[in-house]
Design a protein around this ligand. Structure first.
Ligand SMILES: Cc1ncc(COP(=O)(O)O)c(C=O)c1O
Length: 393
């Protein structure tokens, strides 16, 4: 007897990722013969640096094919801990490998953290626009996401005053993401410090997603909460190799958290996925330890991203009064759509101009649109010209 599928309460309200939905529509149109430029993707279009591929193959040949410790191979966790300790500049005892949990992408670290820290009855402050998955992760933990609208006059970033305005007695923490997906905005050190000070004073957890930290255009690296917070007792810092080293498919991310939190996250991971893929952990170790080659690769990619960004911004400047967030990091342009309807504009762009972008509704800001410039420069330029055309159409 076949029964209709009734989703369990665990997943009943979960939404498909809107960014993936756009990519699928773009692929479907392409399969139907349309020429499509896909600026919906959140993935560097560069090849993974060759030295990382070589290190991965060498690790496989040397037998890196079995389970590892749930929280990851020790040299990788040691390297992550050492780098984080340097950022703390002696504020407290060194961060240990035991404070680090390596996971299957930073996405899993974010999920581990939200699940470990928040639960029913808890409110979590979510600055919007916000990356799509935070809403769902907080929901899966059965906590409530409280949207805090970013200040349009400050690149849609939030301030301590805004966070306080939306806080409730049930607030247990907040999610931060700098450089930001979807806006590309970067929080300078003083703004980050003001937020971590507030969180410490109010006893809130800060989950800081720093996955785009190395992709910045005004500073060599975006400030981390590790650089500025007086204490790391309430910090969970998330990072990974996907964006900086063009390693999205390797699926390696990590968390740096107080020991008890790391232990809870490891216990959770031990019952879900166990260790992240062993060969990928060795690949990440090469990316983090072979710094000469890695830095050169990051520099080359960031320089190309910058050239695309500058060119794209130049073309968009033909639109009078365009509201565009200052794109200081990551690889996204976030702008207010004509008529304040991001979904209508994204649909018009795709159907009439063959350009895929993501409507801002996906990020909690329906008036806006996100265009990624993780695509070849001529394609990004053509897409920008199409946006200018569609604006006036
Ligand atoms: C803000 C943000 N955090 C995390 C991730 C996930 O990265 P990973 O591939 O390491 O899971 C992404 C990927 O799109 C992202 O944009």
């Amino acid at each position: 007897m076949s029964r209709p599928f009734v989703p369990s309460p665990n997943v009943a309200s979960i939404k498909e990722s809107a960014t993936i939905a756009v990519s699928q529509r773009a692929k479907a149109l392409r399969a139907a013969g349309r020429a499509i430029i896909d600026l919906g993707a959140g993935e560097p279009d560069f090849d993974t640096p060759a030295f990382i591929l070589e290190a991965t193959k060498a690790a496989l040949d040397a037998g890196a094919t079995r389970y590892t410790a749930v929280d990851g191979i020790l040299p990788l966790r040691e390297e992550i801990a050492a780098a984080a300790t340097r950022r703390r500049a002696g504020r407290e005892a060194a961060i240990a490998a035991a404070d680090v949990v390596v996971s299957t992408g930073s996405k899993q670290s974010l999920q581990n953290a939200t699940f470990a820290l928040f639960g029913p009855g808890d409110d979590v402050l979510l600055p919007v626009p916000s990356w799509v998955s935070y809403f769902e992760m907080v929901g899966l933990a059965r906590a409530r996401a409280v949207e805090v609208p970013g200040d349009a006059s400050r690149g849609l970033k939030v301030t301590p005053a805004l966070l306080e305005q939306y806080a409730t007695p049930r607030t247990r923490g907040l999610m931060l993401n700098s450089p930001s997906n979807p806006t590309g905005a970067v929080y300078p050190a003083d703004e980050l410090r003001a937020i971590t000070d507030l969180a410490a004073a109010r006893g809130w957890w800060v989950i800081s997603d720093e996955i785009y930290g190395r992709i910045t255009y005004t500073v060599p690296e975006a400030p981390s909460v590790l650089d500025v917070a007086a204490s790391r007792d309430n910090l969970v810092v998330i990072n990974g190799v996907a964006k900086a080293y063009a390693m999205t498919g390797f699926r390696i991310g990590w968390s740096i958290a107080p020991r008890a939190v790391s232990q809870a996250m490891t216990a959770l991971q031990s019952h879900t996925t166990s260790n992240a893929a062993t060969a990928s952990q060795h690949a990440a170790l090469a990316a983090l330890t072979r710094t000469g080659e890695a830095d050169a690769a990051v520099r080359a990619m960031v320089s190309e991203f910058r050239a695309r960004r500058d060119s794209a911004r130049g073309i968009l400047s033909a639109i009078p009064g365009l509201e565009l967030v200052e794109p200081d990091g990551a690889f996204y342009l976030f702008f207010k759509a004509p008529g304040g309807d991001g979904t209508a504009f994204a649909t018009r762009l795709l159907e009439h101009e063959g350009v895929a972008v993501v409507p801002g509704a996906a990020f909690g800001t329906p008036e806006w649109v996100r265009a990624s410039y993780a695509a070849a420069r001529p394609d990004v330029d053509s897409a920008m010209r199409a946006i200018v055309r569609a604006w006036t159409a």
